[in-house]
Design a protein around this ligand. Structure first.
Ligand SMILES: Cc1cc2nc3c(=O)[nH]c(=O)nc-3n(C[C@H](O)[C@H](O)[C@H](O)COP(=O)(O)O)c2cc1C
Length: 448
């Protein structure tokens, strides 16, 4: 089934494999996409995936995460995106632009900014964001968020993208509003399972009325939050404690899925966990060195970021790994069963993400009705030619992705690419592949 086309709202996908969002420092400092982004995205399109889901592109003009990630918060960002989208589409590959707002999970800023710490409720979060304290958004600020998503979707359409996807996962702003531990509001944006959905519902309605019914529009949704993973300290504790530690589980998210279907969303992209990165969305190892690298690169921004970096530097490696790497392990097709439940309960086309790499596994998920499409990130970064390899009848790449997650965390600081030295014959070979991703067309290095 992998190579059977599939249609959603008038958009045909030539096969069932999508490249999942891969964000990196591929833009200029103001958020305008640059040549590195265009090269990077085009290389996946050349390699035969049916569609690319873009990195999370920020709809907010000040909050972007991290620096040099793309933005779509002003009309001037449209033309450079259009150029890259056309280059992707020239290879028969669709381009879905993922819209997001990191809220208080904003990880990096040129200079510390109060706006980077705004979220649903006042509080503290040790692991995510750099702000010492989270500050609750006022209602007019929430209305601006709704308008910024609608404007972002209009701009994506004007840039020629085949569709838009809104991230209500990843622990980003919309997810912060859905999650009972981070949304303790008592107004209409909180207070109950449905109250916490209000912001997402308003965003969906605003986008639909902006882009029309005939435009492809999906939501990336976390099937279960697992708030206790990765290990974190969030204050204040809220009652009931079970809900605080768990976050939303399937009963709540399936309800959200049904409501999204009623609101006219075209598909759901199912993942799990809360926050980037977390072991449910990116199953595999917890990369100590890359976390240290990342924490150190932002330690100047706040007292919290400084203490976090100090902790990571000072603790012995095994202790760090035991604490922060608790319950990190690779699970193949980690969210396929969640995807099946969403498919059954909502009747919507479902994209499953997390831990796919083998052709046989993808085939079984498709044939077993667990999902309609599969999105992959790390395996394609490790082996860009994976789809062609499947076409040749192979089940797996010669040197598979090891799910070490170095790429997932290094991305905030270093160029995009696979950083698992054990997969390459030499350090030079690894660097050549990294440079190939974003180097110019004439880069002489290792085309995989
Ligand atoms: C380098 C890198 C950057 C990523 N950037 C984003 C992003 O911008 N937005 C997003 O929603 N997910 C992002 N992800 C998560 C992936 O889309 C995907 O959910 C995750 O890697 C699990 O899928 P996989 O097992 O196929 O890798 C990123 C992953 C990696 C490896």
């Amino acid at each position: 089934m992998i190579f059977q086309p599939f249609d959603i709202n008038g958009v045909t996908f030539k096969n069932r494999i999508l490249r999942s969002s891969i964000g990196g420092k591929t833009s200029f400092y103001d958020g305008t996409v640059g040549p590195a982004w265009r090269h990077f995205e085009t290389r996946f399109a050349q390699a035969g995936v049916a569609a690319l889901i873009s990195p999370t592109v920020s709809v907010h003009d000040r909050r972007f995460s991290p620096l040099q990630y793309p933005k779509i918060s002003q009309d001037r960002f449209i033309a450079p995106i259009r150029e890259g989208v056309q280059a992707v589409q020239a290879h028969g590959c669709r381009y879905i632009l993922q819209l997001g707002d990191p809220g208080y999970h904003t990880q990096m800023s040129l200079l510390p900014e109060a706006i980077d710490h705004h979220g649903p409720s006042d509080g503290f979060d040790l692991v995510f964001g750099y702000g010492n304290r989270v500050k609750a958004m006022a209602e007019d600020e929430i209305q601006q968020v709704v308008a910024s998503f609608a404007a972002g979707a209009r701009r994506a359409r004007e840039a020629g993208c085949d569709g838009v996807e809104v991230t209500a996962s990843k622990g980003y702003l919309l997810h912060q509003f859905l999650n009972p531990a981070t949304n303790r509001r008592k107004d209409r944006y909180g207070g109950s399972v449905d109250g916490r959905f209000t912001l997402l519902a308003e965003v969906v309605q605003a986008i639909r009325s902006e882009v029309g019914r005939d435009y492809l529009f999906g939501i990336r949704l976390s099937a279960a939050d697992f708030n206790y993973l990765p290990l974190n300290l969030r204050l204040p504790l809220s009652l009931p404690l079970g809900q605080y530690f768990r976050g939303n589980g399937l009963p709540e998210t399936l309800h959200y899925g049904r409501r999204l279907a009623e609101l006219g969303v075209d598909y759901l992209h199912i993942t799990a966990g809360f926050g980037f990165i977390n072991p449910k969305e990116s199953p595999g190892e917890w990369p100590v060195d890359e976390f240290r690298l990342y924490a150190n690169s932002i330690r100047h921004l706040s007292g919290k970021a400084h203490v976090r970096a100090m902790l990571l530097n000072a603790l012995p490696r095994p202790l760090t790994k035991a604490l922060f790497g608790w319950r990190w392990r690779f699970v193949p097709m980690a969210n396929a069963d969640y995807a099946r439940q969403f498919r059954a309960h909502t009747g919507l086309p479902i994209i499953a993400n997390g831990g796919f790499q083998r052709r046989s596994e993808i085939e079984s998920a498709l044939a077993g009705g667990q999902c309609d499409l599969v999105a992959m990130a790390r395996p394609l970064l490790a082996n860009p030619g994976l789809v062609q390899r499947f076409q040749q009848g192979h089940d797996a790449p010669e040197r598979p992705c090891t799910h070490c997650n170095r790429c997932s965390v290094a991305t905030g600081v270093l160029p995009l690419g696979c950083y698992d030295r054990s997969r390459f014959a030499s350090q030079e070979a690894m660097e050549a592949q990294i440079m190939w991703w974003s180097g110019g067309p004439s880069y002489p290095g290792a085309a995989p």
